[in-house]
Design a protein around this ligand. Structure first.
Ligand code: PLP
Length: 391
């Protein structure tokens, strides 16, 4: 009732907002920014649409509530199966950022924190106190000699991502898990970029593992934290409320995004992600001919990701020039405001000024030869123009 007299202006505002900013015409563009967000998979879209009409709250005891609960638990089973976990090890969250925060807040406690230098902001910002920084080598891979030294002393929590979002470089998570177990340390793995692209053996060895639905072709709004037997009893809710997720995360779970997450995870076969590697290699060959350096090119990497450093040309300039040619890529160091700075990842790898001159190309699950041709055509044109101007 109170809102009645302002409903018309709100409707008008919404209409303005949604018509002013037209979605780009995907027919004439190549979206190569999958590490920011994967396009929705058709299986996920179908599951979301079907679940949107479900009536009932999964916590309600009546038939409608029990039906909603059944769908939620079915999704949990499917996801657990995809991720090499059990359903009781999974806590649903809104996405990867929340999953990282939930794990770190619970596990850190009195422990010394040892945090990979190339971690995503979602992990770095979850610490309020000082941390020990785990360095990487020139290829961006965690320095295990340094980890061995850092693990000596009082109990620690180690945070290491499975795959870097800017370079695609993989860390040896299984080996790190063994080192942590031997030293009595806990391990948290941010597997947001690795899940769905690599088999679970590459990334699920942590005491806790953070996952995100929209990074594997699900809708925005759903993610999960996997927590093993040591970690699960330590979890304390960051969002308090109705005791959902067995007291680990309050709030009514987002059933439709979760159903989409499960459908996307089932469809995201690491074998099919592997088909992206030859396309990624073709892009890198052309980029090298154009004067670019492939960052982390010697390391084991995600099949869909490449980080191209064009010495002397700002990343932002490259991203804008490619955008005008119909290609969507990102500067590794772009923050949520869209501003591009120097990448802490590339700085850690010793690129110096080059840390502000690299772009990330991340092929989506449905990438094809036409996307690659379009990128290569645009990249040749843009780099020759920008390098001439920089000379
Ligand atoms: N961790 C990594 C490695 C990421 O790349 C991202 C997003 O880019 C996140 C965490 C945050 O995930 P979400 O967007 O689901 O909150």
């Amino acid at each position: 009732m109170f809102l009645g007299h302002i409903r018309a202006p709100i409707t008008w505002l919404c209409a303005q907002r949604f018509t002013k900013m037209r979605a780009p015409d995907s027919g004439c563009r190549s979206y190569l920014d999958a590490n920011a967000s994967e396009p929705l998979r058709p299986e996920a879209r179908a599951a979301v649409i079907q679940t949107l009409d479900v009536v009932g709250n999964p916590s309600s005891v009546h038939a409608e509530g029990r039906h909603a609960r059944q769908l939620l638990e079915d999704a949990r089973e499917v996801l657990a199966d995809c991720f090499g976990a059990t359903a009781s090890e999974m806590v649903f969250t809104s996405g990867g950022t929340e999953a990282n925060s939930l794990a770190i807040a619970a596990l850190c406690g009195e422990r010394r924190a040892i945090v990979g230098i190339t971690e995503h902001a979602a992990v770095r910002a979850a610490f309020s106190g000082p941390v020990h920084v785990l360095p990487v080598n020139g290829n961006g891979v965690a320095d295990l000699g340094a980890l061995e030294t850092l693990l000596q002393g009082s109990p620690a929590l180690v945070c290491l991502m499975a795959a870097n979002n800017e370079t695609g470089v993989l860390h040896p998570v299984a080996q790190v898990a063994q080192m942590c177990r031997a030293a009595g340390a806990l391990l948290h793995v941010d597997a947001v970029q690795a899940a769905g692209r690599l088999p679970p053996g590459y990334w699920n060895a942590g005491d806790t593992v953070a996952l995100s639905g929209h990074k594997l072709g699900g809708p925005l709004g759903a993610g999960a934290l996997l927590a093993g037997p040591r970690a699960m009893p330590m979890l304390r809710p960051l969002i308090k409320g109705g005791g959902q997720e067995r007291g680990r995360r309050g709030g009514t779970p987002a059933l439709a995004p979760i159903a989409g997450f499960a459908a996307a995870a089932s469809a995201a076969k690491p074998e099919s992600a592997a088909r992206l590697a030859p396309m990624r290699d073709e892009i890198e060959n052309v980029a090298r001919e154009c004067g670019a350096v492939v960052v982390g090119g010697e390391a084991e990497r995600l099949p869909n990701t490449t980080c191209l450093w064009l010495p002397g040309v700002k990343a932002e300039t490259q991203v804008i020039a490619l955008d005008l040619e119909g290609i969507a890529v990102s500067a590794g160091a772009a923050c949520s405001s869209g501003k591009v700075g120097r990448s802490h990842v590339l700085e850690a790898m010793g690129l110096g000024d080059g840390a502000g001159e690299a772009i990330r190309v991340s092929l989506p699950w449905a990438a094809n030869a036409e996307h690659v041709r379009a990128f290569v055509r645009a990249y040749r044109a843009v780099t020759s123009r920008l390098l001439r101007r920089a000379a």
